[in-house]
Write a protein that binds this ligand. Structure first.
Ligand code: ADP
Length: 196
């Protein structure tokens, strides 16, 4: 074949999504994988916390919701991700940590990545609930304490868990045991990615 057709070029893009409850280790694994693959890691939680620090209009809206452990409205998240994904550093793809978290967000993603969900890799990190509580209580983040933790886990069960079935049938889906050593989990992720 001569030059890469637009379709071939888009297939070279790699989009990776991390699903899993708060405390499962998504952020840690996503950051390591980002360094290894040389594609950016986009954490919606971090972007929102930055917006709060900078007191942007988005930050002002998100702050009280996040403090209570709720989910920030879909339209705000989709607009934020859309803008970020269009940046030059995402042209070879990106790793998404914390997005999508709801069905409408997942549906928007197909449009945003533009190369179809079958090219997407989804890692669902699973960790037993008592271990999650232990991990979260050891972090110092302010939504890791009190009723906000329970609300976040409840939101996860209610609104994010349905994405497991959604992606299982539409993307390359892998369930990963997150109750293991960080390096061991990372090794499994890399080996799953190499099995194309
Ligand atoms: P964790 O995965 O440990 O709960 P994050 O840093 O990913 O933490 O997210 C923190 C908070 O940011 C969430 O509890 C939620 O309020 C908000 N948030 C992050 N991503 C999204 C999203 N995709 N949709 C709605 N709210 C979000």
């Amino acid at each position: 074949m001569a030059d890469a057709s637009p379709q071939t070029a888009s297939q070279l893009r790699q989009h990776i999504i991390f699903l899993g409850p708060p405390g499962a280790g998504k952020g840690t694994q996503a950051a390591r994988l980002s360094a290894y693959l040389g594609i950016p890691c986009i954490s919606t939680g971090e972007m929102l916390r930055e917006a709060i620090t900078r007191k942007t209009p988005l930050g002002r809206k998100a702050e009280p919701i996040m403090a209570q452990g709720g989910l920030v409205p879909d339209d705000l998240l989709v607009a934020m991700i859309e803008e970020r994904i269009r940046e030059k550093d995402c042209e070879k793809g990106c790793i998404l940590d914390g997005f999508p978290r709801t069905l409408p967000q997942a549906q928007s993603l197909e449009r945003l990545v533009g190369n179809g969900l079958p090219n997407l890799v989804v890692f669902d990190m699973e960790v037993p609930r008592d271990e999650l509580m232990r991990r979260l209580s050891g972090r110092q983040r302010h939504d890791d304490r009190g009723p906000a933790v329970h609300r976040r886990l409840a939101e996860y069960d209610e609104r994010t868990v349905p994405l497991i079935d959604y992606f299982r049938s539409r993307a390359r889906f892998h369930r990963v045991d997150g109750f293991r050593d960080v390096e061991e989990v990372q090794g499994e992720l890399r080996s799953l990615l190499s099995q194309r």
